[in-house]
Design a binder for this molecule. Structure first.
Ligand SMILES: [Zn+2]
Ligand SMILES: [Zn+2]
Length: 160
């Protein structure tokens, strides 16, 4: 008995075992054919729609996240100094404006500062109550903060 015979024997056994599983199913499969065709047509469609939805859902928040996450560079005012809008958290050293809720600068690891929207006094960002005028800056909603800074004071420069 050489290797080829052994392989042939193994192959025949595989065919026999497979036929045991495959042959009895044919009747059922043919009965299921309309369903299978339907699935073959509907499944790709559903997959396409599902994928489209997933891609849409993944891309939509991503646009918003890139806006809200990470620091952005502060605009440079006429005096060459970066301008920090009141109510927004910033790092004076790097001229970066951070999303609300951030306490430390990603670059220099300094404590971030914030300018009070009411009285223009600067303070560390982790203190949410102004020590000067008592305004509590709850920075949950970004839109509120942006509205509060609509009439900015003469920049954060007067704050320190
Ligand atoms: Zn910094
Ligand atoms: Zn204040």
């Amino acid at each position: 008995m050489n290797l080829v015979d052994v392989l042939n024997g193994v192959w025949n056994q595989i065919l026999e075992i497979t036929s045991l599983f495959v042959l009895p199913d044919w009747g059922g499969l043919i009965g299921l054919l309309p369903v299978l065709i339907l699935l073959g047509l509907v499944a790709p469609f559903l997959t396409f729609v599902g994928l489209g939805t997933v891609i849409y859902l993944l891309r939509k928040p991503r646009v918003r996240l890139t806006y809200e996450e990470g620091p952005r560079i502060a605009e440079i005012g006429p005096g060459g100094e970066p301008v920090f809008p009141a109510g927004l958290v910033y790092c004076r050293r790097d001229g970066l404006i951070y999303p609300s809720g951030t306490n430390r600068c990603e670059r220099c690891h300094d404590r971030l500062a914030v300018t009070c929207p009411m009285c223009g006094l600067g303070r560390p960002a982790h203190i949410d109550t102004c020590t000067n005028c008592g305004l509590v800056l709850k920075v949950k909603s970004r839109s509120v903060v942006v509205q509060a800074s609509a009439g900015p004071k003469a920049g954060g420069a007067a704050a320190a």
